[in-house]
Structures are given as C-alpha cells and as structure tokens.
Write a protein that binds this ligand. Structure first.
Ligand code: NAD
Length: 272
C-alpha cells in the first residue's frame, strides 16, 4: 500500500457533508470521493442540484447521495442519519460546512452597527454554531456506537480576526457594507465547541477539529481581490482546490493523534 493510501486513503469510509450545494460543499465532497469515501451530502434544499455536485454524481456513480436536511432541524438530521446508515453505512466522517456567510449583497440591504437586526445575528448563530453542534450531536452519537469518528467543523479566519471594512469601502452601498459581526463571532464559538467536543469525545475514539479557511477565490470583484491579496503574506487568495489537502489530513489516518486543533488555511493572513 502506498504512503498516500495508508495515511490519506478513505476507501470504504462514509462521510457526511452539510451545505453540499454551496461553493465549498463541492470542494470537500470531491476531495472525499477522490480519496475513496462514500459521501452523503446534506442541504436545506436538494431539489436544485449544484453543477459541481451533478458532475461528481456522474463521475462517482452511486457513491454520492444527497438528502434534504436543515441543520437546525433535529428531526431532519435524524432522518438523514437513518438514510446514511441504510444506504451507505454508519458515518465515519462529518464535515460541518453548512453556514451563512454574508458577503456584500447577501442580505439585500446594508446596516449600520446600531441597526444590525437581532434576528439576523440569531439566524447566523443558529446555523453556523448551533446547527453545527446539532449535527455533531446526531452523527457523533452514531460515531460513539462505532467507536471511531472524525468531525471537521468549518470555521473561518474571521473567527480569529475582525474583518477590515476598508476592503469593502469601494462597494457602492449605503450605508457602507458592514460584514455582520455575528459571522466571525459564530465561527469563534464553533472553535470553542470543537475543543469542547474534542475533550469529551476523545475517550470514544472521536476526533474533533476545526478547519478555518481564509479568503477563497469565487466571484469577488477585482478591487476586492487586490485589496485582500495585499493583506495576505502569500500575496493572493486561496484556490478552492487548496482546501482539499487540509481536509483530507483531518479526515484521515494522517491526523490520528490530532484533536481540538484549529487548522487555519489563510496564506498567513492572521499572522499579520
Ligand atoms: N467561501 C469562502 O471564502 C469561505 C471562507 C471561510 C469560511 N467559509 C465557510 O465555509 C462554509 C461554506 O462556505 P460557502 O462559501 O460554500 O458558502 P455558501 O453560501 O456558498 O454555501 C453554504 C451552503 O450551506 C447551506 N445552508 C445554509 N443554511 C443551512 C441550513 N440551515 N441547513 C442546511 N444547509 C444550509 C446553503 O444552502 C448552501 O448550500 C461556510 O461555513 C463558510 O462560513 C467560506
């Protein structure tokens, strides 16, 4: 067996990826399929299948299933677990990727600090922090029964540093775009929940880590890309495929003695 296969191979493993239809959902899913895993992709709406997921379903026939589950609904997650066990087996890996990011325009309106609605903050925490925790509860329970499991919570560098509003001041919005405060706060809380679960579930053979990307290329305007890249020691944003290696590390035998860690993949952004 090659060193790649023995350390990073996931043949026969079963992975669950939440938020599969989003920009990064297809990236994590492709990495897991390429390493040999079966994947159950969850999203709040699976009637419209994203282009990357369609492509992967044709390439890995029968190895990528999709199922509707809102991470805020315990009942839907329990149904998803039953579907997973019945169709591809008990879960070995959970990628808690579903999240509400809030790039410019996502809310349709912009806010001043004093007018950010309570409900918007509540929704972001509800999905990014509590939804991820609820997924860990449901799929982690099954992992405890199996005596093994890897949970990877997708954080963000904005869990560590506050967004620099100067990166957005060229965008024509009134009031100026404010990256909502709940986003980074929800990701910081997710790191804490990862560490909490890592300590409580280590005796059951479950490892829980956070993978926190920096800025990933994907449709941003050129001024933003330039401003952002100037702030990164490596001088650029990440290509989506550069997240695959870090994910496979945390999902595989290669990280057999790693738990409660935040792996920040940001080109050095948070060093400055
Ligand atoms: N793209 C980036 O540059 C970047 C950088 C750092 C961190 N992240 C994190 O990576 C993750 C994925 O980001 P993305 O860019 O793919 O976001 P995205 O908005 O493209 O996709 C998010 C997906 O999550 C799903 N989702 C939202 N709420 C849900 C719910 N309640 N239940 C189930 N599914 C739900 C959405 O339907 C969507 O398919 C997020 O957690 C985000 O915070 C992204």
């Amino acid at each position: 067996m090659s060193v790649f296969e023995s350390l990073f191979g996931l043949s026969g493993k079963v992975a669950v990826v939440t938020g599969v239809m989003g920009r990064l959902g297809g990236v994590w899913t492709e990495a897991l399929l390429e390493a040999g895993a079966y994947v159950l992709g969850l999203d709040q709406d699976v009637d419209v299948v994203s282009e990357p997921v369609q492509t992967l379903q044709s390439k890995y026939s029968g190895k990528l299933l999709c199922f509707k589950a809102d991470v805020c609904s315990r009942a839907e997650l329990e149904d998803a677990l039953a579907h997973c066990k019945g169709q591809i087996g008990p879960p070995d890996i959970l990628v808690n990727n579903a999240g509400i990011d809030q790039p410019p325009g996502a809310l349709g309106v912009s806010h001043t600090m004093d007018s950010v609605p309570f409900e918007v903050c509540e929704k972001v925490f509800g999905v990014n922090t509590l939804g991820a925790f609820q997924c860990a509860q449901v799929f982690g329970k099954s992992m405890i029964e199996s005596g093994r499991g890897k949970i990877i919570n997708i954080g963000s560098m904005y869990g560590t540093v506050s967004p620099d509003s100067r990166m957005y001041d060229h965008i024509d919005m009134s009031p100026s775009f404010l990256k909502p405060p709940a986003y980074g706060a929800s990701k910081a809380a997710l790191v804490n929940i990862s560490n909490y679960l890592a300590t409580h579930w280590a005796p059951y053979g479950i490892q829980v880590n956070t993978l926190s990307p920096g800025g990933v290329l994907g449709g941003q305007d050129s001024t933003f890309k330039k401003k952002f890249s100037d702030r990164v020691p490596m001088g650029r944003m990440a290509y989506p495929h550069e997240l695959k290696g870090p994910l496979l590390f945390l999902a595989s035998e290669a990280s057999s003695y790693v738990t409660g860690v935040e792996l920040v993949v940001d080109g050095g952004f948070t060093c400055w």
